[in-house]
Design a protein around this ligand. Structure first.
Ligand code: GTP
Ligand code: MG
Length: 356
């Protein structure tokens, strides 16, 4: 799953991107600021850390997320908007978007549109996304209107799509995002390949000044989940050895690094959850979309496990943690045997029984 960092130019996207990637130990090369940068980051998970302590396995494998840092957009003139458009295809391939806007004052960094206006920047981005989708939907409607006139075997399907596209067109013309219109799985399937920008789960990151940070929830911008952080501080954290980070955060009055909060928030915004597997060899978090059934979850590990699925031996992490270990959790009656259609919950510790 991939999250795109997007925003007006010079808002701190690359600084934040590099800090998040490097605090997890990956190195990133930012020598080409006009190019997108990609990194894989670990999704912080206290539950997995605790299980690792308990089992002392050879390997602890966290869930991962891809971050794509895109060059900043300058939407203030035609040349800039044309340049921004070249990045729409990369954004359409993202599963979620983090809109990074600037709130930090710094005379040494030119401010986009000569103003510091996080709310205005978010609104401008969202309306540009609306335009991008409108253009795509308009083209598609025009094309479908021609093709449905021909009596081909695909005509019924095309008529269904046309009806949906017209509804999307109507919504976009009224400044409503596509995520508000798509009502069910079937409609989602019809439009998924377009990667509409206003359909993507999005959140806002307000890059504020160093003395404005806190753990508290930020005021929401444009009705989107909003995080306030300082990319500069995250950069400093990433440069510290991991064992010194806790004290640094405490001195700032924070409980966790904002980068960790951000990765977690992206994960949750995309409606992703983790189930966990434990053992002497490996403790691991596996990413699945919320609502996934047990047999599909099993196929994440191996297709054989799904094919030969017998039962999912399942215990909720909180019960396991309270009991202390697997034996105690079993004795307390918290370990259940679930079938193929069981909806896996976030934090379920699962041992798949299978036979091939
Ligand atoms: N004071 C301050 N400066 C920052 C902060 N974040 C980034 N900067 C500075 O702002 C400038 C732009 O930062 P980048 O991270 O390159 O911003 P960007 O959004 O990736 O820029 P583009 O990709 O060109 O749009 C750099 O000089 C950074 O050092 C911050 O939180 N505080
Ligand atoms: Mg950049």
């Amino acid at each position: 799953m991939r999250v795109g960092f997007v925003g007006p130019s010079q808002s701190g996207k690359s600084t934040l991107f590099a800090a998040v990637a490097e605090s997890g130990g990956s190195h990133v090369d930012l020598s080409r600021p006009d190019q997108p940068h990609l990194a894989v980051v670990k999704v912080p998970d206290e539950r997995l850390a605790w299980l690792g302590e308990l089992y002392q396995p050879k390997k602890v494998t966290p869930a991962e997320l891809e971050l794509l840092d895109l060059p900043g957009f300058d939407l203030s003139d035609d040349a800039g908007r044309t340049r921004a458009k070249t990045h729409w295809p990369a954004m359409r391939q993202c599963d979620g978007l983090a809109l990074v806007v600037r709130a930090f004052p710094d005379d040494a960094v030119a401010a986009y549109r000569n103003r510091i206006d996080p709310k205005g920047d978010v609104e401008e981005l969202l309306s540009e996304f609306l335009f991008a989708d409108l253009e795509q939907v308009t083209t598609r409607v025009e094309k479908l209107e021609v093709s449905v006139k021909k009596p081909t075997p695909k005509r019924d399907e095309q008529l269904r799509e046309l009806e949906l596209m017209k509804r999307l067109l109507d919504a976009l013309e009224n400044e409503k995002p596509i995520c508000d219109v798509i009502a069910n799985e079937m409609e989602d399937k019809l439009v998924r390949s377009f990667g509409f920008l206003t359909q993507k789960p999005a959140l806002v990151v307000v890059n504020c000044s160093e003395d404005d940070i806190s753990d508290a929830d930020a005021e929401s911008l444009a009705n989107l989940p909003t995080l306030k952080l300082s990319a500069k501080i995250e950069e400093e954290i990433a440069e510290l050895p991991p064992e010194d980070r806790g004290e640094f955060l405490r001195d700032l009055g924070l409980s966790v690094a904002a980068g960790d909060r951000l990765v977690r928030a992206c994960y949750e915004r995309m409606k992703l959850i983790s189930f966990l597997t434990v053992g002497e060899d490996e403790c691991r978090a596996w990413t699945i979309p919320a609502g996934t059934d047990a047999v599909t979850a099993a196929s994440k590990i191996h297709s054989d496990i799904a094919r030969g699925f017998i039962r999912a031996e399942t215990v909720a992490y909180d019960h396991f943690h309270a009991a202390g270990d697997m034996k105690a959790a079993k004795a307390a009656g918290h370990v259940r045997l679930e079938g193929k259609t069981y909806t896996v919950q976030d934090g379920d510790i699962i041992n798949f029984r299978f036979n091939v």
